[in-house]
Design a protein around this ligand. Sequence first.
Ligand SMILES: Cc1cc2nc3c(=O)[nH]c(=O)nc-3n(C[C@H](O)[C@H](O)[C@H](O)COP(=O)(O)OP(=O)(O)OC[C@H]3O[C@@H](n4cnc5c(N)ncnc54)[C@H](O)[C@@H]3O)c2cc1C
Length: 183
Amino acid sequence: MTRTFDAIIIGTGQAGPPLAGRLTRSGMTVAVIERKSFGGTCVNTGCIPTKTLVASAEAAWFARRANDFGVEVCGQVSVDMKKVKARKDAVSAKSRVGLETWLKTMSGCTVFEGHARFESAREVRVGEELLSAPRIFINAGGRAIVPDMPGLDTVGYLTNSSMMEVDFLPRHLAIIGGSYVSL
Ligand SMILES: Cc1cc2nc3c(=O)[nH]c(=O)nc-3n(C[C@H](O)[C@H](O)[C@H](O)COP(=O)(O)OP(=O)(O)OC[C@H]3O[C@@H](n4cnc5c(N)ncnc54)[C@H](O)[C@@H]3O)c2cc1C
């Protein structure tokens, strides 16, 4: 059986959730589909976790230079990367769970968890469910591309997603590419 909505939103990155809020407030029924982590890149593998890691690095930087500011730190300053990662995970989880709860309790909004596939211009399948709407918004975002570089497949490498699992300080780190994420 097909379930009909006024609008379908695929993906819960930057635009999907606020759009769902706007549409439901104007009286529309909305289906929101997410296949992985609520909040997408920014919340889970982009802005928020990386800036949380930067904040830990900044705290270590200040602690090591405390003397320059007239503050005495007794003993050596060391960094516990497992705690740094745990803090990063907790900050991301707070945003992710907050967003998921907001969508799931939003009046007029139905959340479907799974991979969305188009069956026609107005129909989208998520697992066993077939959804239909006159308006379908795609907020399917981006993901890391591993470039086709000779030898890359023979060495270990990280992307912005797999790097989120690192809970130790790498002895060496080569960054390929000089765009804003690597900077
Ligand atoms: C390391 C890093 C750091 C960054 N730092 C910053 C920063 O500090 N400031 C800043 O402004 N920007 C930053 N960015 C960029 C920012 O994260 C992205 O521009 C933004 O998150 C993209 O949002 P989006 O909504 O387009 O897509 P996404 O956030 O990627 O959301 C897409 C969502 O759609 C879902 N999805 C995809 N396909 C389907 C499907 N078929 N069915 C169901 N669901 C699907 C995905 O699971 C995902 O949840 C950073 C990016 C990276 C990688």
